[in-house]
Design a protein. Sequence first.
Length: 257
Amino acid sequence: MAVVDEPAKDERVSDDGAGAERRDDLVPEFVGSHPDYYRRQFKRIGDRTGLSWSARVQTFNVAAALLGPIWFGMRGLWSRGLPLLVLETVAFIQLARGLFGDLGADARERIEQIESTLAFRQEQLQSAIDKQSDKVDVFKRAIASLESAISDIEVEAAQADATVLWVTLSGLGLLLLARLIAGIVATPTLEKRFSAWMSDRRVTSGISTTRTALTVLFVLLVILASTTHYAFPFFFQAEDGIRDGHVTGVQTCALPI
């Protein structure tokens, strides 16, 4: 029996070696760029049943860390790219708010509205004084209440302005976290796609110019549109005001356009 089993064992070893060699030969066709790098990385991943943190560091993909969701989109790996794009979009919004936004803008807008009401109440008070009306005390209490509200909101605006540094740092931290995750998961995700591609050649492979261009355009549009909408909302408020049929000519001239 031993004589019969030994050739079978040698045949299995030979088949495994041939399979590994054929797998290495197919890497350039699949990745399209830097085949030697990915051949080594895929072999490192294939030699392990599970990826420890040390192994993940060894397979860290610098290109993916630099490009973020663009790298995943270029290779058609949107199952990983879209969550990273969402995370990076939030990061860029925070960075834009901290570096270029006006965090106290809402509070100051409320102050302006209250000040216009305050001016109207002061006119009413003066008229009541001139007419010796019994509503003088009522107007005085209303004015005092409005002035107190303005003082409270001014404190709120100052506190919002004081958070600029923390908002900026949170955005930077989120961006670095997203890029770190991208670098860690990129190569294992691509290796898993490679295994699927070997069984079904219809699976997306390589890097195409069209896919790259569409990915860059899509990522930029999402980040720019989201950042503009959430970090600089006054642009959209101005547009809404101009299209509002109830906005008067004087009010339209005051819009930040």
